[in-house]
Design a protein around this ligand. Sequence first.
Ligand SMILES: C[S@@+](CC[C@H](N)C(=O)[O-])C[C@H]1O[C@@H](n2cnc3c(N)ncnc32)[C@H](O)[C@@H]1O
Length: 278
Amino acid sequence: MYEQLNDFFQRPSPFSKYTVKELWTRPHLSRQMLNHHLDQSSDLASWKLSSIERVVDWIDSQFELTNNNLCDLGCGPGLYATRFAKKGAKVTGVDFPSHSIEYARSQSNGAKSANNYLIADYLTDELPKPFDIVTLIFCDYCALSPLQRRTLLSRIFEMLAPDGHLVMDVLAANALKQKTEKTIIEEKLMNGFWAETDYIGIQHSFVYPESRLSLDRYLIIEPNETWEILNWLQHFSLPGIESKLKQAGFEITKVAAALTGEALTTDSDVIGIIARKK
Ligand SMILES: C[S@@+](CC[C@H](N)C(=O)[O-])C[C@H]1O[C@@H](n2cnc3c(N)ncnc32)[C@H](O)[C@@H]1O
C-alpha cells in the first residue's frame, strides 16, 4: 500500500500513462458519463443543450451543412450529430462506449438524413472517408499526448476530401489559471461516480505551468481492486495550436472564443477553430 500511495503522489512525467479509454469504457463509468452528457446541470461530459444548439447553429452558418458529409469524432451520445443531421448533413459519429452510441442511435428521428454511428477508436481503428467536415468537440484533442495528437491530425487529414475542413476546440492558455495543485480524499469521491461498490477515492491535481499542462489523477480503492485514472489537459496559445495544425497540413480559416463564434480574447478559456486541408 505504501508503495502504491507513494507512487500516486509523485508528479508523473507528462503523458507517461494514458487512461482515456478506461475512463470512457469501464461499464460503471460509461453509464455515469452518459448521465453527465445528458444532465442539464453539469458541464462535465458535454456542454449544456442550449450551448450545443448555438455551436451547431454557428457551424451551420459557416458551412451550410445541407448535403455535407460530416464525421463527428468522439460523438458521445450524438448530441451534435443528431442536430447536424437535422440541418441536413450526412453524419457519421465515431466513439467507443457502446452505451453512448446506443443512445445516439435511438435519437435519429427528425433528422433529414439517417445517421451512421460506429463504435471505434479514432486513434487506431480504420475509419471511413472522404468527408467534407470532421468535428472534434469539447476539447478532446487536449487529453491526448503529443504523439497521439500528431497521429489524430494526420488521420483527419486523410479522412478529409480535398479542401475539407476540420472544426475543433482546444483549451486556451488562460484556462490554466483556474487549475491549482490540491488533494481530496473522500469516501465515494464525487458521489459514487467512480464505482458501484463502496470505495475511497483520492484526487491529486498537478499543474505543469511551463508546459501549459494540468493533470487530475484519481486513485480508486475498492475492497477488491485499486485502480487509477489520469486526466491530462494540454492548454494552447493560438500560435501554438496554429503551428501544430500547419505541420499537419492545415490552414486556420476561422478562430473564435469556443465554437459559438464570439471574438477570441486573452480572457477566453477555449479556442474554437476551423481549419482547411491545404
Ligand atoms: C468529453 S466527451 C465529448 C463528447 C461529445 N463530443 C460532446 O461534446 O458531447 C469525449 C468523447 O470522446 C470519446 N473519445 C475519447 N477518445 C476517443 C478515441 N480514441 N476514439 C473514439 N472516441 C474517443 C469519449 O468516449 C467521449 O465520448
